[in-house]
Structure formats: C-alpha cells, structure tokens
Design a protein around this ligand. Structure first.
Ligand code: PEP
Ligand code: MN
Length: 295
C-alpha cells in the first residue's frame, strides 16, 4: 500500500493492511466473510410476521443467500413510521434461523439492547444513523458478536474507519464494513452508491467490505445493477432487501426485491463473481510475490 493512504487514514491504523495482516476473515456459523466466497445476506427490511419471514428465509436460502437479514428495531426517518417488533421480532428471527439454518444479521439501535440482540443474532448491524454512536459501538464490540458497521450517510471513509478502529480497540476484531450509499446533491436515487469506497477499502483495509445496494438505490429496479458493480469492485458480499410482496411491505417496499427479481439478480451475478474471483486471485499472487521480494 502506498504511504499516502497510511498517512491519510492514520487515525485508524489497525484497520489498514500491513505485511502481517492482509485480510480479516469473520467467522459466522459455518462461513467466513472476507474469504473467497461472495456472501449474500438477504431478507426483509423489517420483520413483520412469521409467514413473511419464513417464506423469505426459505426462498433466499434456495437462491443462494447464506445469511438472513431482518430488522426488529427500526430507525425510521419518520417518528410515526413502524418502529419494529422488538423482542417479538428477534424471536421470529431465532425461529427462522433454527428452521432455515441461515445465520442472522439484525440491527441494534441502543446500548441497552445489545445483550438482548446479541443473544439472538449472529451479527450485530449498526445502522447508518448510529455509525458515530460511540457508546453503542463500544457495547457492540464487547458483545463479542461480529459487527456489521454501516457507513454513516454523511461520513467520509476516514470517519467510517475511525468507528471501525474504536470497535477493534475494544477487543473485537470482527468488523464488516458496509457501503450503503451516501447523501449527495443527487435525489433521483435514495443515496449515491459510492463504489469507489469499496475499491479503496479493498485496497487499503484488511476488513471485509460488503455493499447494500438496496439502501443506496432506493428503487428495486436499480438494485441488481448496483449489486453487480459491487461484485466487480471486489466486495466480499452484499446485504439486500427481499420481501414476498414489496407493495405491502411495512418499510422500504419500493427498494425491496420480490422473489423472482431476487432469483434473477442472483443468476445474473454469476459472470460478475467470476470477474471478482479472477481479480482476487491475481491480487493474491501479486501480494505473495511482494512478500517474497521483501524477504
Ligand atoms: C436497514 O438495513 O434496514 C437500514 C435501516 O439501513 P441503513 O442504516 O443503512 O439506513
Ligand atoms: Mn431498510
């Protein structure tokens, strides 16, 4: 890595690649995030009903997802919008985990809820609105669960990595960075998908990087293209919103894929995953050569 990145990101030194730390692999049940496999996390924005969650879990598993997403605690733009089912939602996720075998990723919004959410979830999601909530980050770090850290919607890469550094400082090495789009002057899309952040982080950081094409796009018909772009940029996976009936979703229906759109996206991703694999093996060979040269 060139020195200028080391300098520019010097406030988060432990997030950066070094001769002895090239790639963190986060273990989750029987898989690893940050390994060779592009890991797809999929499911509804919010956990709504047993039927909705189980139908989605079974469907996305068959189509190749490895992790089930679903919010039980929802940070909403409007205080009057649905705020999530809370503990009842966590229990539904636990049941979906038992029945589908999929690992669970779900958001935790407050420090006090960390022990309860950590009891049910395999990965704790920190939402965009909480990226700089340091007491929440500290509690999540101490839970010993992997932490999926979404990028703050107005956070620079350096600020985002500072939050990741804080989690590492509290003894938790299992941080997954998630690019979910940032706020710009553009309003056609919900956010602006910053694919350069993915490319940059894959170059400078050893932490796994995934994409959230759903919250970046805000429109379901754009999600597959952003997913393909993320794979081509070298992302370690993605988190995608899927709903059996997006028109009836209690949150984020306009950006949720229905089952057939999800199947189509997964099938269309194949050639892009091949591009990703060939790039990553080329990178690994170059790294080995560089290490051998250093002696
Ligand atoms: C979500 O994943 O449903 C969510 C609220 O995401 P973000 O924090 O990226 O807006
Ligand atoms: Mn959502």
């Amino acid at each position: 890595m060139r020195d200028k990145w080391q300098e520019r990101l010097s406030e988060s030194p432990d997030c950066l690649k070094s001769a002895w730390r090239q790639q963190t692999k986060v273990p989750v049940l029987d898989l690893e995030i940050g390994g060779d496999e592009f890991v797809t996390m999929a499911g509804p924005c919010s956990v709504e009903t047993e039927f909705q969650l189980m139908a989605t879990a079974n469907h996305v598993r068959r189509a190749g997802a490895r992790i089930l997403r679903g919010g039980a605690f929802k940070p909403r733009s409007s205080p009057y919008a649905f705020q999530g089912l809370g503990l009842e939602g966590l229990k539904m996720l636990a049941r979906a985990r038992r029945e589908s075998g999929l690992a669970i990723v779900t958001e935790v919004m407050s420090e006090e809820d960390v022990p309860m959410v950590a009891e049910y979830a395999d990965i704790l999601q920190i939402g965009t609105r909480n990226m700089e909530n340091y007491s929440l980050l500290e509690a999540a770090a101490k839970s010993a669960r992997p932490v999926l850290l979404k990028r703050g919607m107005v956070a620079t890469v350096a600020e985002w990595l500072r939050s990741a550094q804080l989690i590492l400082d509290h003894g938790n090495p299992h941080v997954i960075l998630c690019e979910r789009g940032i706020r710009t002057f553009e309003t056609a899309t919900r956010n602006t998908f910053d694919v350069s952040a993915i490319a940059l982080l894959k170059q400078v950081s050893h932490l796994p990087v995934i994409a959230d094409p759903s919250h970046a796009a805000g429109h379901s018909d754009l999600v597959p293209a952003l997913a393909r772009t993320a794979a081509a940029a070298g992302a370690d996976g993605m988190i995608v919103e899927v709903h059996p009936n997006p028109d009836k979703a209690w949150s984020d229906g306009e950006q949720s894929l229905d089952f057939s759109a999800f199947d189509e996206m997964m099938a269309d991703l194949e050639p892009w995953l091949a591009v990703r694999d060939s790039q990553s093996s080329r990178r690994k060979t170059a790294q080995v050569r560089a290490l051998v040269a250093v002696g």
